[in-house]
Design a protein around this ligand. Structure first.
Ligand SMILES: C[S@@+](CC[C@H](N)C(=O)[O-])C[C@H]1O[C@@H](n2cnc3c(N)ncnc32)[C@H](O)[C@@H]1O
Length: 336
């Protein structure tokens, strides 16, 4: 653990990474969503549900084209696996920030909403909002959670009624301007409130060089390279700390975890994490590559499927020892 103080900002860094190794789609009753929703009427119009269908996958319609992964059932299953993976990394904790009695909480880009639902169950005293471009969250949810369709990259209307806790997980490849987003979080959290981002550096590495020259490496270079060219932030994890500092947060904590792909590690915990990483990645190779490579790089669907198949085949090789990193950064808005 390293502790440094820069001006009034204390940064605590904990490195856990060893150097080796659906919504209620009916949307009929708007009134139950409260005042916030009045500014998000777009969320309740049927056009939000007129999804884009392309190359056999389904994509969000609200702010059409801004998010490049599908929102169909197969992708929802992958996000649910990812939720489980993150819980395993954190030994079943949903967050690490030292929040106390939160009343108002938001989960940005909530996806299938599992984090928001679990948080609402754990904190019945809190009112939890989960927002996303896609209304893909379940309809049977705890009474203290509400889902909204909203674009977190546009101007927010939350400053007048700020939160105790803002949470965002896995926005790699979703957002273009993270710095601005983190500043919006700062402005929309109460003095003394906390903001926590959990995100990846998904570029694959191998501590022993075994990934070099493989189809898996090519897949990531092609796909992440195209996302970066299109202006999306693909590797937010290691940059979160700086964005939190720039926004003015104090008591910033940075926690870094290693994640293996596959069951190659000897360590039982890492082996389990590796199995879940691989399962969610296998479900995501085509999903992650189809829109970016066909819309931005003129690839055919067949070319993308071939790239993804090779990546999937490589990911099953026991002699490839791929890893990536997961970061959790939380910080507090000063009391005064
Ligand atoms: C990779 S998923 C992560 C979902 C969820 N946070 C989780 O951890 O399971 C990214 C999510 O961000 C949403 N998203 C992308 N851009 C967004 C934006 N500008 N505003 C709101 N949601 C957005 C997508 O619809 C998708 O559900």
């Amino acid at each position: 653990m390293a502790e440094t103080t820069a001006q009034d900002q204390t940064i605590i860094t904990t490195n856990h990474a060893p150097a080796n190794v659906e919504v209620d789609t009916s949307y009929e009753d708007d009134s139950s969503y409260g005042d916030e929703l009045s500014s998000y009427t777009a969320s309740l119009t049927s056009s939000v549900l007129e999804y884009r269908h392309e190359n056999g996958r389904r994509y969000h319609k609200y702010r059409d084209g801004s998010y490049l992964l599908p929102n169909d059932e197969s992708e929802s299953d992958r996000l649910d696996m990812l939720h489980e993976l993150c819980l395993m990394v954190l030994h079943r904790k949903l967050y690490l920030a030292p929040i106390k009695h939160p009343q108002r909480v938001i989960d940005l880009a909530t996806g299938t909403g599992l984090w928001a639902i679990d948080f609402a169950d754990e904190h019945p005293e809190a009112q939890v909002i989960g927002c996303d471009l896609s209304p893909i969250q379940p309809s049977l949810v705890p009474p203290n959670v509400k889902f909204l369709v909203d674009d977190i990259e546009s101007e927010w209307a939350y400053e007048k009624d700020p939160f105790d806790f803002v949470h965002a997980r896995y926005l790699a490849g979703s957002i273009k301007d993270f710095g601005r987003l983190v500043k919006q979080c700062y402005r929309s959290v109460k003095p003394g409130g906390w903001v926590e981002f959990q995100d990846f550096d998904p570029y694959p590495a191998s501590l022993d060089g075994s990934l070099h020259g493989t189809g898996l490496e090519r897949y990531h270079n092609e796909v992440y390279g195209a996302f970066e060219e299109a202006g999306y932030e693909v590797r937010p994890g290691p940059k979160l700390e700086q964005w939190f500092k720039d926004a003015g947060f104090v008591n910033i904590h940075v926690e870094k975890f290693i994640l293996p792909y596959g069951i190659w590690p000897k360590d039982k915990h890492l082996k389990t994490l590796g199995a879940w990483s691989q399962a969610q990645a296998e479900a995501g190779y085509e999903a992650g590559a189809l829109a970016i490579l066909t819309r931005y790089k003129n690839w055919t669907k067949e070319e993308v499927i071939a790239l993804a198949s090779q990546a999937r085949a490589d990911a099953r090789r026991r002699d490839l020892h791929m890893i990536y990193y997961f970061y959790i950064v939380y910080g507090q808005r000063p009391e005064h």
